[in-house]
Design a protein around this ligand. Structure first.
Ligand SMILES: [Fe+2]
Ligand SMILES: [Fe+2]
Length: 189
């Protein structure tokens, strides 16, 4: 039987430099934005750990959307080896499949909503910018343009009140930081 401790270890081992730290941040953001919601915390923790496995080198497949790939891995390889209930497995798979900001489908569970909005928040603020620069390539202009595109795509997607508050703060910080970036680069990024 696989336990959450096994999944934590596997996320650390297979998640390159970013996977596990991103999970830890999403869990903290989720605790803040979902504090008033009633949801299955055990199922949620599994969903957070597994939600990006489809983007890890060990599992990713060219041409397959990473959220869908993460769902496949959870459904076929991981969840059948756990003691989670069928109801929890269904919650986890749905939350994983719909987490990405490019997925416009509405979500029907609190687990999926909290995962999605916590994940959106990790694209904003200085942390969101740092993630984009770490992603590369070593071309600041390219990273800068991706920062703006990602920010513009997620900024209006928040529905949970605390997520909206955190988003407002992060957007302000980001605006300030982006202005400094342009100023200090004299227009030559
Ligand atoms: Fe993702
Ligand atoms: Fe993510």
């Amino acid at each position: 039987m696989l336990t959450l401790a096994d999944i934590e270890r596997m996320t650390r081992e297979d998640g390159e430099g970013w996977g596990y730290a991103h999970v830890r941040r999403v869990l903290k953001l989720a605790a803040a934005i979902g504090a008033d919601l009633d949801y299955d915390h055990e199922a949620f923790d599994w969903a957070v750990h597994l939600h990006d496995w489809g983007a890890f080198p060990r599992y990713r497949q060219p041409g397959v959307d990473h959220a869908l790939r993460s769902r496949q891995i959870a459904e076929c390889d991981i969840l059948p080896q756990t003691a989670l209930s069928a109801r929890q497995a269904a919650l986890i798979l749905d939350a994983i499949e719909k987490h990405d900001y490019r997925d416009e489908r509405p979500v029907e569970t609190a687990e999926a909503l909290v995962l999605r909005e916590a994940d959106f928040l990790d694209f904003l603020g200085v942390i969101g910018m740092a993630r984009e620069f770490a992603w590369g390539p070593n071309n600041l202009q390219t990273c800068y343009e991706r920062i703006l595109a990602r920010r513009n795509a997620v900024r209006a997607r928040f529905t949970l009140p605390v997520a909206q508050q955190i988003a407002v703060q992060r957007l302000e910080t980001m605006q300030w930081a982006l202005e400094r970036l342009l100023e200090e680069s004299f227009g030559d990024l």
